[in-house]
Design a protein around this ligand. Structure first.
Ligand code: UDP
Length: 240
């Protein structure tokens, strides 16, 4: 299967459906970025981060903001929730007896996430876990190299997880790495996802902000500014 990459604010985004993205990911190694408007905003300001995204092996549109941005540019691509994509990839590994590593979040959170995932997928091998508050990348990379997991989920927040994966993918050349943000907090049971109706309506961000008002700072003004910038990309020629 070939990638059909779209450009949004100069960044690569894949246009796969959920099932196509899983099939594609099953056959590659390297870096999966689950991109959202905050990351796009960061990449527009920071060329090194943009380069990481544009050199990633797969970039999935995580959330309604990116779906909306693509729609403004005339592309009809459905969002793929990073947490669902990663969960499905874990299931794929469990089915094919391939091992998984979890890196990120607080020690008790990553431990609990591992426990819950192993209860859910009885044939799952989680061969390595580490919390996300380490200083010495090299030590974690050495340990990973010994375990050689197929799937490495990194929940370090962005851009830390993308920067760590960039280093790691040149060392573990057969592994697939996904930056999964706050997913371990959900899998541990510590944080609840929004009820399905919010997810379906693309309003998970609203639910999360109401539940945790500190997040308001993160989405405002980033989200409305993002929409304005994409409108400019669509309707105003470059250089004007
Ligand atoms: N985190 C981490 N190390 C850090 C900073 C954050 O492991 O140095 C973890 C944090 O505990 C949380 C995850 O990164 O589990 C991502 O948090 P965030 O709320 O930023 O996720 P997002 O909103 O991007 O999904």
């Amino acid at each position: 299967m070939e990638r059909k990459v779209l450009k949004l604010q100069g960044l690569n985004i894949d246009s796969f459906t959920f099932d196509q993205a899983i099939e594609y990911a099953n056959n590659i190694s390297g870096q999966v970025v689950t991109i959202n408007p905050e990351m796009i905003d960061n990449a527009v300001k920071n060329p090194d981060f943009a380069e990481i995204i544009n050199n990633a092996e797969l970039v999935i549109p995580d959330g309604i903001g990116v779906e909306l941005g693509l729609r403004i540019l005339g592309y009809n691509v459905k969002r793929i929730a990073g947490i669902e994509f990663s969960h499905k990839m874990i299931e794929e590994c469990a089915k094919s007896n391939q091992s998984v590593a979890l890196i990120g979040a607080k020690p008790e959170i990553v431990e609990k996430a591992k426990e819950n995932l192993m209860k859910e997928f009885l044939s799952l091998y989680i061969t390595y876990i580490h919390d996300g508050y380490f200083k010495d990348d090299e030590k974690v990379l050495e340990e990973l190299k010994i375990r050689q997991p197929r799937l490495v989920l990194c929940a370090l927040g962005s851009p830390k997880q993308e920067e760590f994966i960039l280093k790691a993918k040149s060392i573990l050349t057969n592994a697939l790495f996904i930056g999964v943000g706050g997913s371990f907090d959900v899998w541990s049971g510590e944080v609840k996802r929004a009820p399905e109706i919010y997810q379906k309506l693309g309003l998970e961000w609203l639910y999360r902000t109401v539940m945790d008002p500190k997040r308001f700072k993160r989405i405002f003004p980033t989200l409305p500014l993002f929409v304005l910038k994409v409108l400019k990309e669509r309707f105003i020629p470059k250089g004007v």
